[in-house]
Design a protein around this ligand. Structure first.
Ligand SMILES: [Zn+2]
Ligand SMILES: [Zn+2]
Length: 154
């Protein structure tokens, strides 16, 4: 990890290294606020602004990915992969790029042909309910028939 930074000629300052380690050390796709909380366990005096600035820097260096959305979330996994987002609790889970590869390649080909672009990459977003939210919903449905009907209508 320190090598990844050094190879790109970045100065290895304390906060930046810790921010990178924190983001790389989780697959929870944390918000800047969440990264700040985790970084503060190791650097108690670091400000949210500093964490945010370092996140931006790491994103611009390609060491961290930023996920689009209402609240920016960050991903230390910079390899090609997709995400499935839970509409119930907002958690984001990684889906390996290889899982969608046959379709991905066909799609890229068609987009390139239709738009005349050379397509470098793309992302597929999946949405649904995670196992915990599904369990919670089933429990609620069991104790409340109205809820079950409302849930089924959605
Ligand atoms: Zn959920
Ligand atoms: Zn991810």
């Amino acid at each position: 990890m320190a090598d990844a930074l050094r190879n790109r000629g970045l100065r290895l300052t304390g906060p930046r290294r810790v921010v990178l380690e924190v983001v790389r050390g989780t697959d929870s796709h944390p918000t800047a606020e969440r990264v700040h909380q985790m970084v503060r366990r190791r650097l108690p005096r670091v400000s949210l602004g500093t964490v945010y600035r370092n996140l931006r820097l790491l994103v611009s260096e390609g060491l961290v990915k930023e996920l689009p959305g209402p609240h920016a979330r960050f991903d230390g996994n910079v390899s090609e992969h997709h995400h499935v987002t839970c509409l119930g609790c907002g958690r984001i889970v990684d889906i390996a790029g290889t899982l969608t590869e046959p379709h991905s390649r066909a799609l890229c080909g068609r987009v390139a042909a239709e738009a005349g672009f050379s397509v470098s990459h793309h992302r597929i977003e999946f949405y649904g309910r995670c196992p915990e939210c599904r369990r919670r919903r089933r429990r609620r449905a069991g104790s409340n028939r109205m809820g079950a009907r409302r849930g089924a209508a959605r």
